[in-house]
Design a protein around this ligand. Structure first.
Ligand SMILES: O=c1ccn([C@@H]2O[C@H](COP(=O)(O)O)[C@@H](O)[C@H]2O)c(=O)[nH]1
Length: 274
């Protein structure tokens, strides 16, 4: 694995690079409405199963054409052969992050990585010279689309881990290793595990944290390992994913801006990136 230096990670000083709004809505029309309500407060979006089933890969390309950076959260999980063949068809030029379940094992993650590499070359072929294609083909692992390995879903709480007979902390470490050894550039983790993973793995891997519940939205739902946006960033997350606290807010733009302020304050408290 070629470690990514912190400076190479796809984040910048704009707090908007640290926030992915989950477009968890059932149609392109609803996604468009939400995006127009969010205005310029958001630059990065996450497309998950719901919107992808509704609108397919073409809408991912439309979002990218409009300047949004897209996290395609399909959480691939199958035998390596199947994952490889699916990943080859990724609209590579339109995607910043793609997820796989780390529990598929390092061979499966590697298959996704190889599929992405082919998708990247195929996408480039339309505009690039053979020399450029070769350069893309030989590029280091960490060019977009970046592959992220999902460790344990943030909807799993201590009751589930007890029922499964699994040690959460230890097994998250194993899953992280499987993902990174398979070629993932980073992980999707809960804020509960970020501090220990960052300490163990260093600044290189990208950590993206869902299960974000700002103070204004706290209430019962299906998320179990939750944190505020500020806590997640201070613990070592590079970025957070937020769905319902923004999507279901009476004023989504105001909610996004409050979260961005919290992210900015947390970044300000951290030492500069080395
Ligand atoms: O472990 C995981 C992995 C992915 N997600 C996704 O993030 C968003 C969270 O939405 P909220 O409405 O803020 O709960 C959603 O799209 C999930 O599919 C996750 O929550 N946990």
């Amino acid at each position: 694995m070629i470690p990514l230096s912190p400076a190479q990670k796809p984040f910048d000083d704009d707090p908007r690079s640290r926030l992915f709004v989950a477009l968890d809505v059932p149609s392109r029309q609803e996604a468009e409405n939400l995006l127009s309500r969010l205005g310029g407060s958001v630059r990065r979006v996450k497309v998950g199963l719901e919107l992808f089933f509704a609108e397919g890969p073409r809408f991912v390309e439309v979002l990218a054409e409009r300047g949004y950076e897209v996290f395609l959260d399909l959480k691939l999980h199958d035998i390596p052969h199947t994952v490889y063949r699916a990943a080859r068809l990724l609209p590579a030029g339109a995607v910043l992050f793609l997820t796989v379940h780390a529990s598929g094992g390092r061979e499966m993650v590697r298959a996704a990585y190889e599929g992405i590499r082919e998708a990247r070359v195929r996408g480039e072929k339309h505009q690039a010279s053979p020399k450029d294609v070769l350069a893309v083909q030989n590029s280091p692992s960490y060019a977009p689309p970046y592959l992220l390995g999902v460790t344990w879903l943030t909807s799993l709480g201590e009751a589930e881990f007890a029922r499964f007979g699994i040690d959460r902390r230890q097994s998250v470490g194993i899953l992280a290793e499987e993902a990174l050894l398979g070629g993932a550039a980073g992980l999707v983790v809960s804020a509960w595990e970020v501090t220990s993973l960052r300490a163990a793995l260093g600044p290189g891997p990208i950590f993206v944290v869902p299960g974000i519940r700002p103070a204004f939205s706290r209430g019962e739902d299906d998320q179990r390992r939750v944190s505020s946006p500020g806590e997640a960033i201070r613990s070592g997350a590079d970025a957070v994913v937020v769905g319902r606290p923004i999507v279901w807010a009476p004023d989504p733009r105001r909610a996004a801006e409050a979260i961005l302020e919290e992210i900015a304050a947390a970044l300000f408290d951290l030492p500069p990136r080395r």
